[in-house]
Design a protein around this ligand. Structure first.
Ligand code: PEP
Length: 251
């Protein structure tokens, strides 16, 4: 079901104490002022249990940043979807550009990770987006279509209805260069049309599509005002409670 969501991707930041301060500050601020959207924190895996404890008492939901493509067994260092589900983690990022770039995650691996999550009742927040050279060569539509075809469109309609998408132009991530509201709307509406072509209009209309890439308290309102933008995946600005909550309040 289509939802408004603001999700904070903490990446590999914060110590345990700092993480607890941040999550409790966000929880207090949003509990004082009911948000008009779902609020998700994508914490490092080692902080998920702590964040889930806050989630039990507040409106915050938790997400992992990564999951193993393997179910269980001799895969040292990996964390399975079953483990995340047993900690009541509701969401998990898949295909963030940093995982694609630094950890060589291919669309094929991402498709398997997505299946593992769905089997365990966890909602994948599946990230897609083009790099700068692709945008400059006007290949961004083709790139997005390929990422969807290979990573997600193997799912049947029912499975796909449990996916949240995040359009994150890679040139906008952590760079301070945000996509303009028009650029974001253009791609979000393109994505919705691809979903309609693959499944149907109802599925397309019910899909949540977030924007990510240097979203901040100054630009969030304009970005979220677009018809096909259902919220944001926030990196840098999610590390400060005040900024993150201002973004949440942009709805
Ligand atoms: C991200 O990493 O998902 C992201 C959107 O980062 P930032 O907001 O810092 O650009």
């Amino acid at each position: 079901m289509r939802q408004k969501i603001v999700a904070g991707n903490w990446k590999m930041n914060k110590t345990f104490e700092q993480a607890e301060d941040l999550v409790s500050e966000i929880a207090n601020k949003i509990d004082d002022n009911e948000p008009d959207c779902e609020v998700i924190v994508c914490t490092p895996a080692v902080f998920l249990e702590m964040a889930s404890d806050y989630a039990d008492e507040s409106q915050i939901r938790t997400a992992a940043q990564n999951v193993s493509e393997y179910e269980r067994g001799a895969y040292t260092g990996e964390i399975s979807a079953e483990m995340l589900a047993s900690m009541e983690v509701g969401f998990c990022l898949v295909g963030h550009s940093e995982r694609r770039k630094y950890f060589g995650e291919t669309d094929e691996v991402l498709a398997v990770k997505t299946e593992r999550l769905l089997e365990n009742g966890i909602i994948p927040i599946f990230c897609i987006g083009e790099v700068l050279e692709e945008r400059e060569a006007v290949k961004h539509f083709e790139v997005i279509e390929n990422q969807l075809n290979k990573g997600l469109f193997n799912l049947n309609k029912e499975e796909f209805s449990n996916i949240v998408l995040a359009y994150e132009p890679v040139w906008a991530i952590g760079t301070g260069k945000t996509a303009s509201p028009e650029q974001a709307q253009e791609i979000h509406s393109f994505i919705r049309k691809l979903i309609e072509k693959k499944y149907d209009a109802e599925t397309a209309d019910n899909t949540t599509i977030l924007y990510g890439g240097s979203c901040n308290p100054q630009n969030a309102k304009e970005l979220f005002a677009n018809a096909d933008v259902d919220g944001g995946l926030i990196g840098g600005a999610s590390l400060k409670a005040d900024d993150f909550v201002k973004i949440i309040q942009s709805f």
